[in-house]
Design a protein around this ligand. Structure first.
Ligand SMILES: [Zn+2]
Length: 408
């Protein structure tokens, strides 16, 4: 972390220098321009014949000198900035070194950041047009999710990817609603939630109630003038009375303090501003669930995972090469070691065969024996002897064809 903070500090220094440099050069250039313009207008007004030539040549020489000095000064400051930029590079080198070392629990072989990631990627990853199209589609979907519609359209045109309007539509709507929510406009979100009320309730979502609650709070913010409107609005809570009784009591209780200001009352927590960021998150989560989409785009998830896994893999690759055991990692849908990406990246359970110590796959699925123990199909085949199988755990003798495939 300390190393990351160091990069940030260096980066800030560079940015600051760039801005100062920009201002200074603009100021100096403006000044020079003014001088030259002045000189020109003098020449036009008096004419060369009338002017004292020696004075004129002196003034011109002075002007040229100033221009030369300014150019030299700007060039030397520009060189200084180069120094700062290279310091950022060095700081980044230190961070990558350290994190690779810590995560893989290995010592880095070289002290420089090795950006050559192609070594850990199988050569066939992007070799077919179909795979390239999948990549383009994933990027386009990500851009739609981010609301970067024109960039997505451009990419579609350039890559020849055709996106169905029905796939685009939900993202356009979600973005429109989220944009409004960020501007603290609840109406589009409320309309959407009311239209999808039953489906949201089926998902056990309290989005609609939370939107009404926030609208009510925004009315409270308007003070005593909004008292009547707030009371009228409270009828929107009626369908949620059973599930959110406590919340509704708090909201109604706060009305008592409207005259003196909610901010001076025990209900001041109702006015906390982080509720807006929270409602955006809740809306994204529930709307995505309703549309059958993951909350985060597949591209962001893959990218984040790659950032964590690549340094480790690059190090492993180096170790494999150094020890000359290149057959260990064949790139065939498997990684040479397990890489922990944190709980956020746990999507489903995995099963590793206790006999072969390998993660099960589609071609080698987990099989449940009649005694209840589970092993992989390859292990089952290996342990079968003359049409009989002895469970390696209990050890019950059984017919291997009685084993059933199970799914995680
Ligand atoms: Zn058993």
């Amino acid at each position: 972390m300390e190393q990351c903070a160091c990069v940030e500090r260096e980066l800030e220094k560079v940015l600051h220098r760039f801005v100062t440099y920009g201002h200074q050069s603009e100021e100096r250039l403006d000044e020079l321009l003014r001088n030259v313009c002045e000189l020109r207008s003098q020449l036009v007004t008096f004419g060369v014949q009338d002017a004292d030539l020696s004075v004129l040549s002196q003034t011109m020489a002075q002007c040229c000198k100033e221009i030369k000095e300014t150019v030299q000064m700007l060039a030397s400051r520009h060189k200084d900035i180069h120094g700062s930029v290279s310091k950022v590079g060095k700081a980044i080198d230190r961070v990558s070194d350290r994190s690779v070392c810590l995560e893989a629990n290995l010592c880095p072989a070289s002290s420089n950041f090795d950006a050559e990631v192609s070594a850990v990627v199988a050569e066939t990853v992007w070799d077919s047009p179909e795979k390239q199209r999948n990549l383009s589609e994933t990027i386009v979907e990500h851009l739609y999710r981010q609301g970067m519609l024109s960039v997505a359209e451009d990419l579609c045109q350039e890559s020849g990817v055709v996106i169905d309007m029905s796939m685009k539509q939900p993202f356009l709507e979600l973005n429109r609603i989220l944009e409004a929510l960020r501007m603290q406009d609840l109406r589009p979100a409320l309309e959407w939630a009311v239209t999808n009320r039953q489906r949201l309730l089926d998902l056990n979502s309290s989005l609609e109630f939370k939107l009404h609650r926030l609208y009510f709070i925004s009315l409270l913010n308007g003070g005593v003038d909004n008292q009547l409107e707030a009371l009228h609005y409270a009828r929107h809570f009626q369908p949620f009375a059973a599930q959110h009784q406590r919340d509704i009591q708090v909201l109604m209780g706060s009305l008592v303090y409207l005259r003196n200001g909610i901010e001076n009352s025990p209900y001041r927590s109702l006015l906390e501003t982080n509720q807006w960021a929270e409602i955006c998150n809740i809306f994204t989560r529930d709307a995505c669930a309703l549309l059958g989409l993951s909350v985060e785009s597949p591209l962001s998830v893959s990218f984040a995972s790659g950032c964590m896994a690549l340094p480790v893999l690059m190090n492993i690759k180096q170790v494999i090469e150094q020890r000359q055991c290149s057959g260990v990692w064949t790139h065939k849908d498997e990684l040479p070691i397990e890489i922990d990406l944190g709980k956020k990246c746990w999507y489903h359970s995995v099963f590793a065969c206790p006999i072969l110590r390998q993660q099960t796959s589609e071609s080698n699925p987990p099989m449940k024996l009649i005694c209840g123990h589970v092993i992989s199909r390859d292990a089952l085949n290996k342990l079968t002897n003359a049409g009989k199988l002895k469970c390696p755990y209990c050890p019950m003798e059984q017919n291997p064809s009685d084993a059933k495939q199970i799914y995680f």
